[in-house]
Write a protein that binds this ligand. Structure first.
Ligand code: BTN
Length: 258
């Protein structure tokens, strides 16, 4: 079966757009959302290579050939996801990626680094970028970049010690379509759980919290909070024990951790 047909047959995706190379799959999915060409959703934009991959804020996303980089254009009405739940989509997606990686590499140590990274053996393996297209269409774009067959041995020096790939941890290469299908199946199930307010999601993101017990610096605008992480609460807020109290932080970025 061709990858397109297999993806459509085995997951909740209704349409696939494949690119050997593209700027950013998120940008392409955002363009499709705005164009409103009547695309069937969930629509998958999958690229073997991105030359302008984006991370959160002004960050770039580096990934060489062999990475799994894709974006999904979703219609939140179809998935029963009211706007109040959208801030939890990033953590929920992270859990889906954790579940897929757990299936593929059952003995590896997996963590969810609030709010949008997945760590394997204490190194970043996946970044998630959720974006809302303009015009209040009820659409969402979920971008996921996972290092699969792109060994970090050849990465820029600043990444060699902080990031990893599935092939580095498991000492084998993977069929990218199979990994993609595994992630998509878990994502469909996790988004369904989010739509029905399933409390096991919150238990799971707290359980998998990579930052727990670490001293963390959080920044939103000019406001910096330093504290020891106590986990992630039901509303998806990071809990930090500061010198004075227990702070709940939402949004912003983690600028340092030990
Ligand atoms: C981060 O680590 O800050 C998020 C990285 C998200 C990268 C993915 S790769 C697929 C999709 N397209 C992009 O341009 N970015 C996301």
């Amino acid at each position: 079966m061709l990858p397109h047909s297999q993806i459509i047959a085995e997951t909740f995706v209704k349409q696939v757009e494949f690119h050997a190379e593209i700027g950013s799959t998120n940008d392409r999915a955002l363009d499709l959302a705005v164009a409103e060409v009547g695309s069937a959703t969930p629509l998958l934009v999958w690229a073997l290579q991105q030359n302008a991959g984006r991370g959160r804020g002004a960050n770039r996303w580096w990934a060489s050939e062999g990475a799994l980089t894709f974006s999904l254009l979703l219609d939140t009405a179809e998935l029963n996801l009211p706007q109040a739940r959208w801030p939890l989509v990033s953590l929920t997606t992270g859990l889906a990626v954790c579940a897929a990686l757990q299936d593929l590499s059952p003995h590896a140590d997996i963590g969810l680094k609030w709010p949008n990274d997945v760590f394997l053996e204490s190194r970043k393996i996946c970044g998630i970028l959720v974006e809302i297209p303009p015009r209040q269409s009820g659409k969402l774009v979920i971008g996921i970049g996972t290092n699969v067959n792109n060994s970090l041995a050849n990465a820029p020096p600043e990444l060699v010690t902080t990031a990893t790939a599935l092939c580095d941890v498991s000492n084998r290469t993977w069929n990218l379509t199979s990994v993609l299908i595994q992630v998509l199946r878990h994502l469909a199930e996790h988004l369904r759980q989010l739509s029905i307010h399933d409390t096991t999601l919150a238990e799971r993101w707290d359980e998998l919290c990579f930052l727990r017990g670490r001293t963390v610096q959080h920044q939103v605008g000019d406001r910096v909070t330093l504290g020891v992480c106590q986990g992630v609460d039901r509303e998806g807020a990071l809990l930090l024990r500061t010198e004075t109290d227990l702070a709940r932080v939402m949004g912003g970025v983690i600028t340092q951790w030990d």
